[in-house]
Design a protein. Structure first.
Lengths: 188, 168
């Protein structure tokens, strides 16, 4: 079923082959879960929200006209569901430009000294999980899903420039904390 | 001579600049060890982020979810069945009334009568009188109670089915 496109699966589900929806679930579950985990910082919650997202998408399949890719449409559901959960929990969320204007400081907010941590990959992974929700979702969509800034802006309902600013700021923050913890020595 | 900054370095990594500017930045980086460190660190972060691992959901995620999908379909069918049942009931009542009128007209019509319209009007008037008597002061409270009771029962079942579908 690897060669079958999302649109073909959707058409099949719409025709009544509901079990085909499992193919779509398997295709997107892990990447969407990664994004949710990084946004919500809680795996159990992320899985619960992800189930709701797939159910919402299933119920809304008849309204999906295929104007955009299924992945964009689905990630929009995932992103908005995560934001709703965060707002319900009254966690600090960052939206649109206001969030970009508010500087987050990974070094001072999350002074995570991993001097003992020798593996740079693990170190970066740890730090990404500490990014604010919006920034974490940009990183997940850009690097895990390989989506363009335009597609991410459509998902997050913000401008392409905002997405680029968030992406650059996240990378620079990770770089700064890397320099602070002397991970650059091996680069020189 | 251009002034290097984080924004330019990020764009340089993403290959978003024109060739001329890219060349200038390359030269500037070679002249500035401070920015070279920053650039290399940024590039390293970029490369590490490319290797980010995908988190995995629990093993029975898809099967559990598909069960929920089936349940949601079932509850939707139940909801549709309920709405169709209620509509059918009202439809049957309407058919009954029309049928009663027609039956009255057919069985009491005089074979040689030419003015069918007058006869039909008379039967309709009789039916209206019957309805009027049915909804007279004595009966209205009983009918109202029965109707309210039916509404309450329907409302309860409708609410219950909605709640059921939301839970799944």
């Amino acid at each position: 079923m690897k060669g079958v496109s999302d649109q073909e699966i959707i058409e099949s589900v719409k025709k009544g082959n509901h079990s085909d929806y499992a193919i779509l679930i398997d295709r997107y579950k892990n990447k969407a879960f990664s994004m949710l985990t990084r946004m919500l910082k809680n795996k159990m919650e992320a899985e619960e929200i992800l189930q709701d997202c797939f159910l919402k998408a299933f119920k809304g399949l008849n309204n999906f006209k295929g104007n955009s890719k299924f992945s964009t449409w689905f990630y929009k559901i995932v992103y908005n569901s995560a934001l709703s959960r965060l707002s319900v929990q009254k966690r600090k969320t960052e939206t649109e430009m206001s969030s970009i204007d508010e500087h987050f400081n990974l070094i001072s907010d999350y002074d995570y000294n991993l001097i003992e941590q020798q593996d740079l990959s693990l170190y970066i992974r740890e730090m990404v999980s500490k990014l604010p929700a919006n920034y974490a979702s940009v990183i997940s969509l850009f690097y895990l899903e390989n989506l363009s800034c335009e597609e991410i802006s459509e998902i997050m309902g913000t401008s392409v420039n905002n997405i680029k600013v968030m992406l650059h700021r996240s990378r620079s923050a990770l770089r700064d904390i890397m320099i602070k913890n002397n991970y650059t020595e091996e680069l020189l | 001579m251009i002034e290097l900054n984080d924004d330019l370095l990020n764009k340089y990594i993403d290959d978003e600049l024109d060739r001329e500017l890219m060349q200038q930045i390359k030269k500037e980086l070679e002249l500035s060890p401070k920015y070279m460190i920053k650039y290399k660190a940024l590039l390293s972060v970029h490369n590490e982020l490319k290797k980010l691992l995908v988190e995995e959901v629990s093993p029975n995620f898809t099967s559990t979810l598909m069960l929920k999908v089936q349940k949601s379909l079932k509850s939707k069918r139940e909801q549709n069945f309920f709405i169709v049942s209620v509509l059918s009931l009202f439809f049957l009542i309407c058919i009954g009334i029309i049928g009663y009128l027609l039956a009255n007209y057919i069985f009491t019509a005089e074979p040689n009568s030419s003015d069918a319209f007058t006869q039909f009007t008379e039967h309709s008037e009789n039916f209206i009188t019957l309805l009027h008597n049915f909804f007279s002061k004595g009966n209205i409270s009983i009918i109202g109670s029965v109707f309210s009771f039916m509404l309450l029962i329907s409302g309860y079942y409708f609410y219950d089915s909605m709640k059921h579908s939301k839970q799944h």
